[in-house]
Design a protein around this ligand. Structure first.
Ligand code: NDP
Length: 293
């Protein structure tokens, strides 16, 4: 078993981004600039946004965190996004999910100019991804591709089973793994809560992507000997043993599954760190206008 070490990979790629960011500054006299909008006070969201901002600083990007209370209206939020769309000093815009129930996340996603949609959630970016055209790939699947690439894992011909079909992880991941690209060229099965015989499906996988949101859901009896297992799950539980007061668990029962695998990503220290790298890479692409000149 070999660990897919998100810390090692992300540090390496962030070094490259830092170098490119410095070149961008030399050429343009300003830093690549990411704006993150955070509504309300969800503990997980606060942590994710703080980490994104911290990482921007590390690689030499400018970052702005715009915070609003839960009672902001949908209209007010869309107006703010329109302002940012028109602001030439802003390269990337992300809105941290989840949003309060009175705000439609689809409307917010579509309000962002697709050329600044560095989360890759806008229908134009998702549509272009389907057609294998230049686009911003959603940050988590992008991070997973970068990880597979770093470890030179040739996925060609593999049977990949993705568990979970969300718009931000499972669905785009299934499309990306099926494309005629490297990594890619897998035969993909996309599974979800209505899948019959989930265990049988996962047992057939050479590559398992677990994106469910349930602690230790993928158990050793679901995984084939020698499979590659990538754990996207982030399940936060209160703990008095950590400084933060929380402990993170993946969707995979790591201790029992790991001995059966050829490669496995841990939680924490795996996909979470790669998601941030995906976001930073998209922001750099946006600043350089490489996807949409
Ligand atoms: P969603 O809640 O949007 O989707 C969960 C998916 O899992 C759904 O498709 C659901 O099926 C499926 N599912 C739920 N229960 C079962 C079951 N019993 N059997 C099979 N499938 C099931 O989650 P996300 O994709 O947003 O996130 C998944 C996990 O990944 C979470 O822990 C989240 O915190 C984490 N995450 C981590 C990121 C990172 O950077 N590492 C980034 C984003 C998310 P159905 O569609 O039928 O309801």
């Amino acid at each position: 078993m070999k660990l897919l070490d998100g810390k090692e990979v992300s540090e390496k790629i962030k070094e490259e981004i830092t170098w490119e960011s410095a070149l961008f500054f030399e050429e343009h006299g300003r830093q690549p600039h990411l704006v993150a909008i955070l509504v309300g006070h969800d503990g997980g969201s606060e942590t994710y946004v703080a980490s994104k901002m911290r990482n921007c600083e590390k690689v030499g990007f400018a970052s702005t965190n715009l915070r609003y209370e839960e009672d902001i209206t949908e209209r007010e939020l869309i107006d703010k996004i329109k302002e940012l769309n028109a602001d030439e000093t802003v390269d990337g815009i992300i809105v941290q999910l989840p949003l309060p129930a009175h705000i439609d996340p689809e409307k917010i996603t579509e309000a962002i100019d697709y050329r600044k949609d560095v989360d890759g959630f806008h229908p134009i970016n998702l549509g272009r991804m389907m057609r294998n055209l230049p686009c911003y790939i959603p940050a988590t699947p992008y991070g997973i591709l970068l990880m597979l690439d770093y470890y030179k894992i040739d996925t060609t011909g593999m049977h990949a089973v993705v568990v979970g079909r969300s718009n931000i992880v499972g669905s785009p991941m299934s499309v990306l793994l099926a494309r005629n690209t490297v990594p890619g060229n897998c035969t993909v099965t996309l599974t979800h809560s209505r899948t019959k015989n989930l265990q049988e499906e996962v047992l057939r996988a050479d590559l398992v992507i677990a994106a469910i949101g349930k602690k230790n859901f993928i158990t050793a009896d679901m995984v084939k000997e020698g499979a590659i297992v990538i754990d996207v799950g982030i399940n936060r539980e209160k703990s008095d043993k950590t400084k933060s007061g929380y402990k993170l668990y993946g969707d995979v029962d790591f201790d029992h599954v790991a001995p059966k695998t050829s490669y496995i990503s841990p939680v924490p220290g795996g996909v979470g760190l790669m998601t941030i790298v995906g976001l930073l890479k998209n922001t750099l692409l946006a600043a350089k206008k490489e996807v949409y000149p």
